[in-house]
Design a binder for this molecule. Structure first.
Ligand SMILES: Nc1ncnc2c1ncn2[C@@H]1O[C@H](COP(=O)(O)OP(=O)(O)OP(=O)(O)O)[C@@H](O)[C@H]1O
Length: 281
């Protein structure tokens, strides 16, 4: 069993695959991910024990390719632990975690999981405040395309296209040369999502993306998530029900490390067990 002892800066490294995290083992670079059966991610009977405490309890979860799955649940339900298991930051004590048909995530380091196409945005923005929006995005590009303090006209065509489309997606095209430190909280969060997009992930994990945002920023983030859904599979952990209502199709409610209910937001909101343990009367 593993516990998470990483620092915030190590977290951001894991996030963008900048370091060799996780097991420290050396594996062949993972080949392309096989979504041929329509399942992007599946966890089967996963348990995570922290000493004598079970944070995930025999959890089975299936996420289809192209889905936008919302995960909700009370504090301590195991939502962060679930995200940690998917990204290799915490290893399951029992059970299996597969990305597509072939990628057994238990056998991959955090960097290999990021390279295979799983990108995670943590709650707290970790942008480089003194760097411009463009340089933050370029720093997050895959290593072979990464250019520090790059000049736009020296970028290869692929990187320039990815940069332009990312700026368009996150609606920060007009802020390209602005230092990230001068952006609003919401804009920093969108920039960080843009940094994930520079790696062309197949599966995007968002950890409380609207925490601390204004209502208008929350609304823009919902629109961004719906845009992202056109080309990515998303798993979003969030407590903000207005936001969940704006983006959700299928909602999974976690409680005490297990699935309490699954369905549309209206369905889970009407579920007695969910009302009892999470939403209140
Ligand atoms: N490294 C650890 N060592 C020991 N216990 C842990 C560790 N990480 C999490 N836990 C415990 O596991 C349980 C699940 O925590 P987790 O952070 O996954 O919940 P969560 O649903 O994300 O909660 P929140 O909504 O408050 O973020 C909690 O009781 C927490 O205290």
């Amino acid at each position: 069993m593993l516990t998470d002892k990483s620092t915030p800066s190590e977290q951001s490294n894991h996030e963008y695959g900048r370091t060799h995290g996780g097991t420290g083992r050396s594996h062949p670079k993972p080949a392309g991910v096989d979504f041929s059966h329509g399942i992007a991610l599946y966890l089967e009977e996963v348990s995570v024990w922290f000493d004598s405490f079970r944070a995930l309890n025999n959890l089975s979860l299936y996420i289809e390719e192209g889905e936008l799955r919302c995960i909700i649940g009370p504090n301590g339900a195991g939502k962060t632990t679930l995200m940690d298991v998917i990204t290799g930051k915490t290893r399951p004590t029992e059970g299996s975690v597969f990305f597509g048909q072939t990628h057994n995530l238990a056998n991959l380091s955090t960097e290999e999981i990021a390279e295979a196409g799983i990108g995670r945005k943590f709650q707290k923005p970790t942008v480089f405040e003194n760097f411009t929006v463009m340089d933050n995005l370029l720093l997050a590009a895959p290593k072979d395309k990464r250019v520090v303090k790059s000049l736009f006209n020296k970028l290869d065509a692929d990187t320039r296209d990815t940069l332009n489309s990312t700026l368009e997606q996150i609606r920060l095209t007009d802020k390209i040369n602005k230092p990230a430190g001068l952006l609003s909280h919401g804009q920093k969060q969108w920039l960080e999502i843009g940094m994930l997009l520079m790696q062309s992930p197949k599966l995007i994990l968002l950890d409380e993306p609207v925490a601390g945002m204004t209502d208008a920023e929350t609304e823009h983030t919902a629109e961004l998530c719906l845009r992202l859904k056109q080309n990515h599979t998303l798993v979003v952990v969030e407590h903000d029900m207005t936001f969940i209502d704006a983006i959700s199709e299928k909602v999974t409610v976690l409680a005490q490390g297990a699935i309490l209910a699954e369905g549309t937001l209206a369905e889970v909101q009407a579920n007695e067990a969910v009302i009892e343990s999470y939403l209140g009367r």
